[in-house]
Structures are given as structure tokens and as C-alpha cells.
Design a protein around this ligand. Sequence first.
Ligand SMILES: Nc1ncnc2c1ncn2[C@@H]1O[C@H](COP(=O)(O)OP(=O)(O)OP(=O)(O)O)[C@@H](O)[C@H]1O
Length: 559
Amino acid sequence: MKDQQVQDKAGRFLLKQLIQKQRSRLLLAVLMGVLATIAMIVQWYTLAQLTYNLIIQQQPFVEQYMLILLMVLSLILRPVLIRAQEHYSQLASLHAREHLREQVLSGWRQTSALIHSQRSPGSAASQLIEDVESMDGYFARFWPQQLLAVLTPVLILIAVFYYNWLAALFLLVAAPLIPLFMMLIGWGAEAVNQRFFYQRQRLAGHFLDRVKYLTTLKLFAAENEALTEVEERSQDYRQVVMKTLKLAFLSSAVLEFFTSVAIASIAIYIGFALFGSITWGPAADITLFSGLFILLLAPEFFQPLRNLSQFYHDRAAALAAASHIATHLTGENNAPPADDVFELTSDDSSFTLIATELCIGYQLGNVLQDPINLKLNRGECLVINGPSGCGKTTLLHTLAGYLSPLSGKVLLNNQPMGKEAIRYLPQKPWIINGSWAENLAVLAPDATKKEMHKVLNQLGLESLITNRNKGLASKLNEHGEGLSGGQLQRLALARVLLSPAPLVLLDEPTASLDAESRQYVLAALLVLKPQCILVISSHDTDVLALADHQLQFASKESD
Ligand SMILES: Nc1ncnc2c1ncn2[C@@H]1O[C@H](COP(=O)(O)OP(=O)(O)OP(=O)(O)O)[C@@H](O)[C@H]1O
């Protein structure tokens, strides 16, 4: 509950920031809306006056040219101003969404790779696309409308008050009922919307995971179970969508009812006053002109409030999306700050990695190993050894800067590490959906074709691309389909060879490799070693033979 409140607060703050940036466009939209209201008042004034002049005063039609001109002008101006209002509010929405998307992307860039790896890609994609798109209604409709829902009725009230204060009083009494009911229903809608977003994220993540692991599902003949699961999730989602829609319909039904009652009361009052049955107060002064003018204005008085209630769910949707985005923007970054980080320059010929009293782990109070003290120079290799689960990968993540140390420090040349300063090869190499050249260029965008062929040769992969007649342009899909585990590992290592950084971290680079791949990887490590500081997690005796330093981790349980 408390978490939800913190999330809501963060969401509101994010929305406020976005509004601040788009304030001028939004205010221009409101100004156009106000001008359109004035045009509308002129339009109904001229119509009422014209009717009165022609029917009651029996004035000739030709004498009415000024009124007709005014009416035509207001008839033309009103839609033009409404269009301008929409233009500015949509522009504000477009810029706000663009800005938010940039914020999300820059948040992702600053977020630790470790956190990204733990997040469902479906939910991340849904955040960038659907959550950001959910802001559209808030900026394009709700925000300008909440100001217009005050300004337009006030302008109309002044006009009505001028001709009949009692009718103005009717409107004034009826007006607060609409926002009151709107708020009551809106609170319910907000809670449903929060659930709606959560369900959508889960459905997106769930569905994408099933698509990603389609091969595994096929292998285990589990397609039907997966289908049933997706269907069940979709049903949950459908129910929340229907609940949101039900609330939206309910709110508009309540509003329609109150609006109709208010307008009908004014119509009865004006009718009886014109008939002469009501003589109290300003009723005696009512003419066909003032009566018709007030009656034409009455629905317009409620229209902005009705519009606001229609757009109220846009607010709820934007708030839910903003809280979701804001939590991820602020709560995910587990990496150390990116200022003053070590970046590789051409004269960085020597570098030192120093870890002082470094405690690794994921939770304070649950340190995985005794404090670690290290000093490694360029050309040196540290091999970390120990049983499964003792924290070898955790140390590599901490050295890479993906995970903050629980205590102590890691410095490369007395500075925190930047992403340019490290190359990290995880246990499961990642492949992008692109060509061999694109995959190699991920870490080395400036590498030439010649250099790419050279490293592929070094790692025994050249024959693979010459067999595919497109060479470096041959395609690889993101799971590296068609390549063995050893070939994938070598491809990932080829990237590192193309652009070695001062610190190269390798997680079990020879584990479960065939003999041929293992030999290529070992040879590549020998090439890499003099150029950088190598830190390798491994049990392989041949890798251990490369070590200048060893770190033997004890089993966690033995502590
Ligand atoms: N994201 C995480 N959050 C919390 N605990 C984690 C997380 N990742 C790993 N752990 C825990 O931290 C401990 C060390 O994990 P780590 O992956 O570093 O072990 P390892 O020595 O590399 O094991 P292996 O040799 O099997 O790869 C394990 O007990 C593991 O369950």
C-alpha cells in the first residue's frame, strides 16, 4: 500500500514535470478554447436576437444584416478556433510523449545490465510503447479541458446572469453536482486503471516469453498448455478492460441524467415565465430573446463539464502509466553513478585495477564472501574459482559496475569504471537479430571488414561465413540459430578481440565447450592477455594455467 502511494506520488511528479515543459502550448490551446466559447456566445446571441427581431418585433429581414454578418463570422470562427485548440493540445501531447520516450530510453541506458537481464522484454516494450502512448489523452484532451471546464461555464454564467440572475443561479447550483459525481466515479476508475496497466504489462511479458520459447514448447509438446495459459491471462485482462468500460459508461449515464434535469428545469422556468405563470423575481423581464438565448446557452454550460468527465479516464490512464514509468526511472538503477568514470584514451598504455575491502552480494547483511582486496596490472590475469553459487558471477558483475558493492571500492586507474573501460562476456552469449558484421560491430562500430575477417579466422569461424555465400552479411537471428554453443561463445569472444578494453571479464568462457572451440578460446585468451587486465571465472585447468593471481572462493554454506 505504502509502495503504491510512493509510486503514485512519483507518477504525479513526473506528470507535473511534463506539463511544465509543455505549459506554453497547453495554455495556447486553452486560449483558443476560450475564444471559441466567446464565438459560441456571439453565435447564440445573434440567433436569439434575430429570432426576436423577426418574429416579435416584425422587423424586415434586410435590416438585420449586421446581426447576420456577426452570426456568419462566429459560425466560421468557432470551428477554426476549436481546430486551433486541438492543434496546440496535440502538439503538446506529441512533444510530451517524445520527451518521455527519451527519458525512458536514457533511464534504460543508465540502468545496470543486470537489472535489464532480470526484466521481461515484453513488459519493457509495453512500457516504452503503450505506457508512453497512454499520455496522449491527458495532454491532448484532459489538461486543456480541466481549465476550459472552469472558464467556459464562467463566461456563460456571466452572459446568463446579465439577462436573468435566477436562471444563472439554477446553473450555478447544478454545476457542482457533475464534478462531484465525476470525482466519485473517477476514484474507482483510477484503482481499476492501475490494475489494467499491471495486467497489460503481465500479459505482454507472458505472451512474449511464450513466443521466445516456442521451440522449447514444441520440443516438450506443451503448446496446448501454453495456449490455455495465454487464454486465461487474456480473460483476466478482458475482465479488467470491461470493468473500466463499465465505469466509463456509468459515469456518462449519471452525468447525462443530471445535465438533462438541470436543462429541463431551466426550460420549464422560462416556458412558464413566458406564459406568465411565474411572475416572481426576474421572470417578468423574460422575452423571447433572453429566454431563447438562455436556453441555447444552457447545454453549452454543461458541455465542457461533460467533456471533462469523458476525458477523466485519460487522467487515470496517464497517472497509472506515469507511476509505472516513474518507478522504473528512479528505482532500477543499481549501477554506480556515471560521472567521472574511466574512459579509454589512446595514451592509456598502463592501467591498474584496485579493489579495496570489497564486499559483494545482493542484500546488505548477506555478504557472499569475505572482503576482497586486489591489485591487478595490465597484462595480468586473475582467475576466480569456487563452487557453484559462491559468488563468482556476482564479483564479475560488481567489477563491471553492473552491481554496486555492498561496501568497499573498485577503481580502475583511481577512477570508477565507465562502460567503455570494460568488456564482459557472460556465460550465455547474446546475439542480435542481424548479420555477422552487425553482430561484430556492436562493440566495435569502427572495425573494418578486414579486421572482422581476421578475428573470425583467429577463432576458427571464417569457414562458417564462407560456407554461407553472403559472407559477413549472412544473417544470424537473436538466438544464434544454426550455430553451436561453442561457435556462439567464439563469436562473442570475437567481439571482445575486435575492441579489447582495459578490463576484460569472462564468465566461464570454456564451460561446456567442445574440444575444438575450447582450443580456439584458450588461444584467444593468450592473445588478449597482454593487452588488458583479464578476470576470468573458471574451473578449467588450462585457464587456471594462465592465472597470475587466483581467488579461491569458499562455498557459501561453509561460512
Ligand atoms: N539477482 C540476484 N538477486 C539475489 N541473489 C542472487 C541474484 N543472482 C544470484 N544470486 C545469488 O547469489 C549467489 C551467488 O550467485 P552467482 O551467480 O554469483 O554464483 P556463481 O559462483 O557464479 O555460480 P555458478 O558457478 O553456478 O555460475 C547465489 O546464491 C545466487 O542464488
